[in-house]
Design a protein around this ligand. Structure first.
Ligand code: 2PG
Ligand code: MG
Length: 378
């Protein structure tokens, strides 16, 4: 099909913040936005959201696009037209929404599903396991006495996605009752005044889910100290503490347990098949930081957020590198989400091991519903 032009407009995400939606041949795609952003993330827009909207609306493309790798032609064109050294300078939110709309348009033209365009005809061996945020703290929660860690995550143990989604929702509701919480945070997770370990004590009682945490450590780290709600730890004691939490609470998943500059301390954390040390702010979905993390044995799993990078071609490379080095992959939402459900297609198409997209609220539920739908198709 011939990509002539595209329409872009400003929309609001689930937190009411401005982001971008792009439409190509009747197919709409939008980009979410984060709040606990990594220092090294690609900026969301080039000069401003308005600049990107105007650029997309005014540009005549005239590029033949038929398959996933044709994103290369479009990236080259954007780079030249906008006079950029690297296509990521276009802004990760704008680039992701544009590329995603383009892939949706190709899928429509060919009468295929989006995940089929992304997988480029390769067999789909697995449907990613959902990782859902049940209890919240850190910068996403608004109560003064919130837990220090940002997310307490449920990872259901069934093989089939439909059952996993059901289990996650049931456990999530039971936790709400146990916490006597009625208030949800930015991402639909329960707010509470309990501290991190009190929450983990509750979570460990459920046999049908594994437990994970997103510590988002950079958000409570300052000048060599990790400032918890009830204690301060230096680098060495933080490493020790995280290792002991993994052991005591049988944590399958631990995201950003150390601040984003400290690759060296990450490499000192224990890792195994049964415990994932996950990079998010550390790796920010960038190839160079992923390579550095692999070289230093800092992680054995990585969060992949399309709008931390923008280029879906780079995402493809990231998945290839991870496969080669046996790094587990978690395709992830952002705290400020839109109603776009394409994240599920990217998670399946790139064959991610997990998908982190929350549990409750309509913005998260559309992605889980799409995942269940895909499971029926493949
Ligand atoms: C995270 C995310 C999503 P944000 O830290 O993993 O939960 O938060 O989108 O605010 O970066
Ligand atoms: Mg994170």
């Amino acid at each position: 099909m011939l990509l002539k032009g595209a329409r872009a407009r400003e929309i609001k995400d689930s937190r009411g913040e401005k982001t971008i939606e792009v439409e190509i041949n009747g197919c709409k795609a939008s980009s979410p936005s984060g709040k606990s952003k990594g220092r090294y993330e690609t900026p969301s827009f080039h000069k401003s959201l308005k600049w990107n909207v105007d650029f997309i609306n005014k540009t005549k493309f005239d590029i033949e696009i038929d398959e996933f790798n044709d994103l290369g032609k479009v990236e080259k064109f954007i780079k030249q037209k906008a006079k950029l050294k690297n296509v990521r300078e276009f802004g990760a939110n704008a680039l992701y929404a544009f590329e995603s709309a383009m892939l949706k348009a190709i899928a429509k033209e060919k009468g295929k599903e989006l995940f089929e365009i992304v997988s480029e005809g390769k067999t789909i061996d697995k449907i990613p396991v959902p990782v859902g945020n049940a209890v919240g703290g850190g910068v996403h929660s608004h109560n003064k006495e919130h837990p220090t860690f940002q997310e307490f995550l449920l990872i259901p143990k069934e093989k089939n996605v439909k059952n996993n989604v059901r289990i996650m929702k049931e456990v999530y509701s039971k936790i709400g009752r146990l916490l006597k919480s009625k208030v949800k945070n930015d991402e639909g997770a329960w707010q509470t005044n309990l501290d991190d370990e009190e929450i983990l004590e509750i979570l460990k009682k459920f046999n049908n889910v594994n437990v994970g945490v997103d510590c988002a450590s950079s958000s409570f780290y300052c000048d060599g100290e990790y400032n918890y709600k009830n204690k301060k730890l230096d680098r060495e004691t933080q490493i020790h503490y995280i290792n002991s939490l993994i052991k005591d609470y049988n944590l399958l998943y631990c995201e950003d347990p150390l601040e984003e500059e400290d690759f060296k301390s990450f490499s000192k954390l224990k890792k195994s098949e049964k415990n994932m040390i996950v990079g998010d702010d550390l790796t920010v979905t960038h190839i160079d930081r992923l390579k550095r993390a692999i070289k230093m044995r800092a992680i054995n799993a990585i969060i992949v957020k399309p709008n931390q990078n923008g280029s879906l071609l780079e995402l493809k490379k990231i998945f290839e590198i991870c496969k080669k080095h046996r790094i587990k992959t978690i395709m992830s939402h952002r705290s400020g989400e839109t109603m776009d459900d394409a994240l599920a297609d990217y998670a399946v198409g790139f064959q991610a091991d997990f998908i982190k997209c929350g549990i409750a609220t309509k913005w998260r539920e559309v992605k889980l519903r799409r995942l269940v739908e895909i499971e029926k198709i493949v």
